[in-house]
Design a binder for this molecule. Structure first.
Ligand code: APR
Ligand code: PHB
Length: 390
């Protein structure tokens, strides 16, 4: 089989790229190792920058997002028993974010892809990418015990952090930058109304907390936990009790608790692999970088990568020139590093970091006090949170 672009992975990166290429008349196939239901069962991020919303509109998958997404013009930081609002819209000339689950975006893009007739192979096993240092790259995979081979012009590595594409690059051609944080997040999804209309980020001496949401009736809540903790150690009751302590009595009084629908522990990591292009192999999204979730940047970075990558591929097929493709890695990485910095900063600002000692805690408190009293500091936080320009 021959296609123009073979996309590995049907997460947000692969689906969005596939949709934009499809609309531009560029022949593509998506190979995904998991089943459709497995991909849709993953609970992930939920905050969209305006740039990501515009891109989803351009991809003609923004309909339900505009009907069901919740527009947020600010969020709270809770510290030392008081809540401080960061007025995103007021600080950025009217910019806002939209709360809409990654699961829903994934579903909307899968539906659009099915309607367009574009091909997706789910449960494509043992995907192997070859000859991407040439103009005739190939992809091999196995489906239902049958071996397949695809030849293409480009391979888009949209296969996430644990994917095969980045791993296939010779070690001397790629540089990895990585920081693993010494704590994790335990997340709990529940069919309960959010404790407040806006998100609350909690900085407490017992650790970070985050009250987020998926809808007016569904909450997504996180607590900083130890990396050695297991989900079994965190009963729902223990989770809610700990959240109440970290929120403080005033906010906790408004908290409605309920049984978990999903509960999982995730490590926090900052990671960038450079560059993002290796001949005819182009990496995007989590395949090339990871941010800790504190700044809600993971999904939004995947979107900006796909903006740069899709326009470069479309320009290549329209003009026959590779100028934009040649610039893809550099353009995407400039924005990625700024989001990496912001996510690292917000993580270090709000988590308990005993390894930094008492002076670390005092400096952290001073930074929070500065943030709450300085419009300049709040503006810097706000302009990064709503998303830097593409
Ligand atoms: N072969 C085929 N598919 C693969 C392989 C492989 N060897 N390895 C991984 N995949 C698939 C995964 O099953 C997954 O569906 O690639 C997809 C990658 O999706 P994501 O991990 O969601 O990565 P991405 O699309 O870049 O999305 C980034 O999602 O993980 C969040 O926080 C992240 O919000 C960010 C966004
Ligand atoms: C979420 O809703 O899952 C979420 C929201 C904001 C974050 C991280 C995760 O910073």
């Amino acid at each position: 089989m021959r296609v123009q672009v073979a996309i590995i992975g049907s997460g947000p990166s692969g689906l969005l790229l596939g949709q934009l290429l499809q609309l531009a008349g560029i022949d593509n196939i998506i190979l995904e190792q998991r089943s459709r239901d497995y991909v849709l069962g993953r609970i992930r991020a939920g905050v969209l920058e305006e740039g990501a919303v515009e891109l989803l509109d351009r991809a003609k998958v923004g309909g339900r997002l505009h009907r069901e997404g919740l527009i947020h013009t600010g969020f709270d930081i809770s510290f030392a028993g008081a809540r401080h609002r960061i007025d995103l819209a007021g600080l950025t000339g009217g910019k806002k974010v939209v709360i809409y689950g990654q699961t829903e975006i994934t579903r909307d893009m899968m539906d659009a892809r099915e309607a367009s007739g574009a091909r997706t192979v789910y449960e494509a096993l043992d995907v192997e990418i070859m000859d991407f240092d040439s103009s005739q790259p190939r992809v091999r995979y196995r489906k239902d015990s049958v071996e397949h081979e695809i030849t293409c012009d480009f391979i888009a590595g949209c296969d996430g952090f644990h994917g095969v594409c980045r791993e296939s690059v010779p070690k001397n051609a790629i540089t990895n930058y990585e920081k693993v944080y010494p704590f994790g997040w335990i997340g709990l999804l529940s069919e309960t109304p959010p404790v407040s209309e806006e998100l609350i980020y909690v900085s407490h001496e017992r650790g970070f907390g985050l009250c987020s949401m998926r809808s007016p009736t569904r909450s997504r809540t996180y607590l900083q936990c130890s990396l050695s903790d297991s989900v079994e150690q965190w009963s729902d009751d223990k989770f809610w009790d700990e959240l109440k302590v970290r929120l403080g009595p005033e906010t906790a009084a408004n908290l409605i608790t309920g049984p978990s629908i999903e509960k999982s522990i995730a490590p926090l990591r900052s990671f960038v692999a450079e560059p993002m292009r290796f001949g005819t192999l182009l990496l995007a999204g989590d395949a090339s970088h990871i941010v800790p979730p504190t700044g809600a940047k993971g999904l939004n970075l995947a979107a900006s990568d796909i903006h740069y990558l899709s326009t470069a591929l479309i320009d290549y097929y329209n003009s026959g020139k590779s100028t934009e493709l040649d610039q893809y890695s550099e353009r995407a990485l400039k924005r990625i590093w700024k989001a990496e910095r912001f996510s690292w900063w917000m993580t270090t600002l709000l988590h308990r970091l005993p390894e930094n000692g008492e002076i670390g805690a005092r400096l952290q408190n001073a930074e929070l006090e500065y943030l709450f009293t300085s419009r300049a500091a709040q503006t810097s936080l706000a302009e990064n949170y709503v998303g830097l320009p593409y």
